[in-house]
Design a protein around this ligand. Structure first.
Ligand code: ADP
Ligand code: MG
Length: 578
């Protein structure tokens, strides 16, 4: 929302001093950057001493309107700028503050004697309806309410039963606060006024109903606060945005101190209430003027509760300090000016009040959805449901799993140009990342067990390889040993052969006799040898067993010595023959 930084504008208006009254001493300077009002009073007057010493007080105002200022000037300078703001969607408040008889009601509502004495309310209504009529670009609705606060109780001045019954018997206006801390007033009628005349009739009805109490200071001065509110809502044709603003025109009760009124009983109670509520108003105003103040005591009085959105924050606020400058009232005028100086410190932030009519918004959004669906169906060629089907979700889960398991850095997850699916994938992956133990369990545990399986297999193969290596080593060593043995045996056989050649010549000598057990393979030795090489190529050929890799290798080694083995074989055959 647009914001407008504004301090509360404070004006002063001096009421004409009556013919029989003694005028006090004051001077107005409107030429300065900030106009000032200087009030001069005899010093120590209260002590009763007569002396020539004087004391002067100087107060700054936005502008000071002296005795001769007319109602039209007051409206143009004070009320019109606020009305303009309200017409453009901001809240506004104008309140009159001053002692009884200083001209609050005259300024806000006006005098009844002359048409030219019309005050701010009728002039503002006239101005607003004029402006609304000129603007055909928007549809405007206007309502008014008129609230009177008397002894901390709210009364609806526009209640038609007012004339028939006493005010105390009417339903009281009460303050309700919604969850957004917005103030609602129960039992306060908001009556629609479609034109100036209707609105003026309502103002007149309210004024007739206004509570009037007689006091010695002023015969017709109100002892209560009166708030006339104009509500404007505007909407451009076809738009769902409604702008709402309201203008409070506040006629406060007299600000005079109780002692001054010199009255007792019932009226004293009234005065106490009046002063107390003004005291709370002042507290709120001081709190608003303080920087970094988070708590504003609006709830202390009905007055401040009602004006809550009209004193600080979302509001253009203006105060008119009404002053009676006759000698008897000058000290009250000084206290009014002091109050005004405090009020002038408030910096307001006015916010444009815009809200969306929910019904219109729904209609608009529904239409938009329909259009978009049609467009989508046109582009994709199929009608799309708002929710993904169970089947589609399962498909997506599978796609995500495959994607996550794929170790290829270039792999991609393609679910097509469907925002619902893309969103689902992100949500699902987020779940997997945030809660791997639950949502991603299946995925990861599978991964882990697979890796474990791989490792186990690798270890098993490594073990097997080691075993084979050992086997080979054993066999190789064994073969080497046997090769040496065979070489020895061969040389022995050769020697024996040589012997045999000799024996050939003396056939009476048998082989068994000529062999010494230490020099020849015994039968036992041969058995041990063959069993120590269980998969020896000779035996495997016999049993038909398939050769292992290690054995084949060993066999190759063995084959290197094949020439010897042939000689051995020949020798064996030869020996067998012999
Ligand atoms: P308040 O509402 O502050 O008690 P009123 O507005 O009732 O005071 O004024 C008291 C009397 O003075 C009324 O008779 C009113 O017409 C008259 N009066 C106040 N201000 C002016 C003014 N600026 N010009 C002429 N008469 C005024
Ligand atoms: Mg009055």
């Amino acid at each position: 929302a647009a914001m407008v930084k504004e301090t509360i504008r404070v004006y002063a208006r001096v009421k004409p001093v009556g013919r029989r009254q003694q005028a006090g001493s004051y001077s107005v300077d409107n030429e300065e950057h900030l106009p000032s009002l200087e009030i001069t009073v005899p010093r120590d007057l209260a002590d009763g001493f007569i002396n020539n010493k004087q004391e002067s007080y100087k107060f700054k105002f936005q502008k000071i309107f002296d005795q001769e200022a007319k109602q039209d000037v007051i409206f143009d300078s004070i009320a019109k700028p606020v009305a303009e703001c309200v017409l453009s969607g901001y809240n506004g408040t104008i309140f009159a503050y001053g002692q009884t008889g200083s001209g609050k009601t005259f300024t806000i509502t006006g005098g009844a004697e002359r048409y030219s004495d019309r005050g701010i309310i009728p002039r503002t209504l006239s101005y607003i309806f004029d402006q609304l009529q000129k603007d055909s670009s928007k549809v405007y609705t206007t309502h008014v309410s008129y609230l009177e606060i008397y002894n901390e109780c709210g009364y609806d001045l526009l209640d038609p039963r007012h004339e028939a019954s006493r005010m105390e018997d009417l339903p009281k206006v009460t303050i309700m606060e919604d969850s957004d801390q917005n103030i609602h007033l129960k039992n306060l009628s908001l009556l629609q006024a479609t034109n100036e005349e209707e609105a003026l009739n309502l103002l007149f009805l309210g004024d007739t109903n206004r509570m009037i109490a007689e006091t010695p200071t002023n015969q017709a001065s109100s002892r209560s606060h009166c708030i006339f509110t104009i509500y404007i809502s505007s909407k451009e044709p076809g738009s769902a945005t409604i702008r709402r603003s309201k203008l409070h025109l506040v006629d406060l009760a007299g600000s005079e101190r109780v002692a001054k009124t010199g009255i007792g009983g019932h009226l004293l109670t009234e005065a106490k209430y009046i002063n107390l509520s003004l005291h709370y108003l002042e507290q709120v105003i001081i709190a608003l003027a303080e920087k970094n103040r988070s708590h504003i005591p609006y709830r202390n009085s009905m007055m401040t509760s009602v004006l809550r959105d009209s004193l600080g924050g979302n509001c253009m606020t203006t105060m008119i300090a009404t002053l009676a400058m006759d000698k008897r009232n000058i000290d009250e005028s000084i206290s009014t000016c002091r109050f005004a100086q405090r009020v002038a410190l408030i910096k307001n932030e006015a916010v444009l009040n815009e809200e969306i009519d929910p019904r219109l918004m729904i209609v608009q959004l529904k239409k938009e959805i329909r259009d978009l669906k049609d467009e989508l169906a046109l582009v994709t060629g199929k009608q799309r449901m708002s929710e993904l089907s169970q089947e589609e979700l399962l498909q997506l889960d599978e796609l995500i799993q495959t994607f996550l398991k794929d170790r290829d850095p270039d792999s991609s997850l393609d679910v097509g140009a469907d925002m619902r699916k893309i969103k689902y994938c992100f949500v699902h992956m987020k779940q997997i990342i945030n809660h791997p133990m639950t949502s991603g369990k299946k995925l990861f545990s599978q991964d882990i067990s697979e890796e474990k399986k791989h490792n186990e297999e690798l270890e098993k193969l490594k073990g097997l390889l080691q075993q084979r290596d050992n086997e080979i080593n054993i066999l190789v060593t064994m073969l080497k040993k046997e090769k040496n043995k065979a070489r020895d045996a061969l040389s022995q056989l050769n020697a024996a052969y040589a012997d045999l050649t000799i024996l050939k010549q003396s056939p009476s000598m048998s082989l068994e006799e000529s062999q010494s057990p230490s020099r020849y393979f015994s039968l036992e030795e041969a058995k041990v040898f063959s069993s120590s090489i269980p998969r020896s190529p000779f035996l495997s050929r016999a049993t038909g067993e398939k050769l292992s890799l290690g054995c084949q290798e060993a066999f190759e080694v063995f084959k290197q010595d094949h020439a010897d083995s042939i000689t051995i074989e020949n020798n064996k055959q030869l020996l067998k023959q012999r």
